[in-house]
Design a protein around this ligand. Sequence first.
Ligand code: GLU
Length: 555
Amino acid sequence: MDYNKLADILFPDVTKAPADYDAVYPQRDLPPEAMVTRLGPSPTGFIHLGNLYGAFVDERLAHQSGGTFYLRIEDTDDKRYVEGAVKTIIDSLDFFDIHFDEGATLEGDKGAYGPYSQSERGEIYKCFVKDLVKKGFAYPCFMTEDEIAAVRQEQEANKLTPGIYGKYARCRDLSIEDVEANITAGKPYVIRLRSTGNHDLPPEKIRQIQVNDAIRGKLSMPENMQDIVILKTTGIPTYHFAHVIDDHFMRTTHVVRGEEWLSSLPIHIELFEKLGFEPPVYCHTAQLMKLDENGNKRKLSKRKDPELSLDYYKETGYHPAAVREYLLTILNSNYEEWRKDNPDVPADDFPFSLKKMSNSGALFDLDKLSDVSKDTLVKIPAPELYTFLLDWTKEFRPELTDMISDNQDMVTAALDIGRSGNKPRKDLVCASQMFDFISFFFDDFFEVKDELPEQVTPADCKEILARYLDTYDHADDQSAWFDKIRVIATDLGYAAKPKDYKKNPDDFKGHVGHVSTAVRLALTGKTQSPDIWEIQQILGEEKTRARVNAYAATM
Ligand code: GLU
């Protein structure tokens, strides 16, 4: 068979030679240890936690090593393309502080290794498919869907490995004349790899390929033997082929991708071999898992778990720094320990390592995220939290925006309550909860939700509040203020100290805490809240008196 002739029949328009692309996309001028990584999302409109998880690994590897991190849009599957999806990808990652050095941007491609959308790289793919045809490593296949289905049936009936290989690869050895006749007759065709994997051997004799995965260590897998499709009837490459060409010519050093790609690794290795390229270092990340209601680990699912979508975190108002912090705890097993030893340095100082990544399913847990978030937010200055909350309301609760922006000082102070001192309060979790937490400061949202403790009857409450107003001095400091509460408590038959009440419950109506709860309810509507004195300082004297009066009037 004259493969050169076959190649020219199939690709008459390819003008460039493979070597030309080496000149267009030279090796990158980077120090030897610098890593080049990429994110290759498909523009389906759904960007999920797995994307962010992978992007985070990519970003850390590249930026920690002085390398390059780029964005490639993998849009070869036009059925899945969704308008505006590229913007969604870029905006979502940007929100979580994941920035690319190069690649697709909303203003077009940036960088010398583009185009960065696979749909614009047809010429390059064709050149290399042609090259494989010339070398006898690829061929046109005219099998119809029905023929392929019949092959599958036959293989199933005989318990054989399914697929197009060996004698089932019916078009492997067509003559040039047959190919030309088929093309002239307008028969659609794909281009398949002519795999040199041996399909005649019993499983134990099949050649094993060795891959050193940077997360999983040495992998040994049976070589590929399938004549997989590399170019579809539409002339568009499959993921396998595009991956190999793009990561080679974009000079990717480390391919970070989900473990669902492990099973196709032998295909990719064979493609790299046949093309004469050096494969990158593969880093197959573990699936994101969660514990279900019964305590069993299962994969996060798009249908069942809203938290798989990145939008969930934006809408709920998780701070990007908290999400990043949390992702690090699931990405690297030694992160939490490092954080304990280095509480105040930026997370980017952590020496991220592929070796410390789990390869058996990364457990994702929203409660843990909230805990990490509390620890993260407590370190963010209140004015920054204010801006974060304001921006969040603009997008997700626009009806609140005016109120938040008209009361900047009050909201900032409210967010900062109890956060100074050595044991700062960690009340804040995310923007939606932050708003709930401070909403009682606004009269429109204030409402008494909780009940008086049983130790305080309505009549006692009325009396407590009346005396409270009589002695209230807005200029009192915290201890003068509390001394007055103690006096009210003892005057009305409550113990000045909780432990006295606990020791002799029959001697008192209750203790000072019950008395202050009456005041707390009047001011915040709840039995649990940060320090009352601090709240009063933010509310101001007028509002403080008004709320105490209003609550007393309900008794
Ligand atoms: N386009 C592929 C996906 O969205 C990317 C896989 C890869 O990173 O190689 O799953």
